[in-house]
Design a protein around this ligand. Structure first.
Ligand SMILES: Nc1ncnc2c1ncn2[C@@H]1O[C@H](COP(=O)(O)OP(=O)(O)OP(=O)(O)O)[C@@H](O)[C@H]1O
Length: 209
């Protein structure tokens, strides 16, 4: 079982509950605004603590309220890509990418894919010396995905990463995510409020309500 998740959290006046049992390496969380998609990603990442339940990814328990397990966020090895790219504005693209790399792995790639191959796949070679402010939304988001992957995460979490892009850029990035998963085998959780977008991603779609 790649994803074995059953979590509950009361936030404000809303009960957030999410159950996922899936052998697919890519899952998509789908649901209307306020249903708890970002909260669920944050619970997986260890940034928010569920009231009760468990989270296991690839057989590793990250959280289990009964067993008293709560692995610290930094040790969960999640690469997180947000709705806005959140690149460091004072660092060129090259330095932003380098920031994600773990210490002691100066030229490390990700899951068998070299750093050069990843940069080529993302189509960002020509952007390496640019400042984030000069990038288009799609370019910046590709750099953000690269930075997240270069941290060699066990799991890639994407929170509506393409909602601000036009349709052509959206399908391009979705195809890229599917290809990165196929090449590296990295597990992916993808959040969206747009059901149509998920037709471009293979994998299980979990509707939150
Ligand atoms: N800090 C907080 N305190 C109390 N309630 C919160 C807090 N943060 C979020 N909530 C509530 O928790 C619920 C889930 O929020 P969340 O951001 O996870 O939803 P979402 O599905 O990701 O929404 P969207 O698609 O609009 O980003 C919402 O009802 C929200 O108002």
């Amino acid at each position: 079982m790649i994803f074995d998740i059953d979590i509950h959290l009361r936030r404000g006046d809303r009960d957030i509950a999410c159950r996922i049992r899936s052998d697919s390496g890519i899952i998509a969380l789908f649901g209307s605004s306020g249903v708890g998609k970002t909260s669920t990603l944050n619970m997986i990442a260890g940034l928010l603590r569920p009231d009760h339940g468990h989270i296991a990814i690839g057989g590793q328990r990250l959280f289990d309220s009964h067993a008293g397990i709560d692995i610290a966020a930094a040790r969960r090895r999640c690469g997180y890509v947000f709705q806005e790219p959140r690149l460091f504005p004072h660092m060129r693209v090259r330095a932003n990418l380098r920031y994600g790399r773990p210490r002691g792995q100066p030229d490390g790639g990700v899951h068998g894919l070299s750093q050069e191959a990843l940069i080529e796949l993302l189509g960002i070679e020509a952007l390496l010396d640019r400042w984030p402010a000069s990038l288009s939304g799609g370019e910046a988001q590709r750099v953000a995905i690269g930075r997240a992957l270069l941290s060699t995460p066990r799991l890639l979490l994407l929170d509506e990463p393409i909602s601000s892009l036009d349709l052509a850029r959206r399908t391009e990035i979705l195809a890229l995510i599917a290809r990165l998963h196929a090449l590296t085998g990295i597990a992916v959780v993808y959040v969206s409020h747009d059901r149509a977008e998920l037709d471009y991603l293979a994998g299980d779609v979990i509707a939150l309500s």
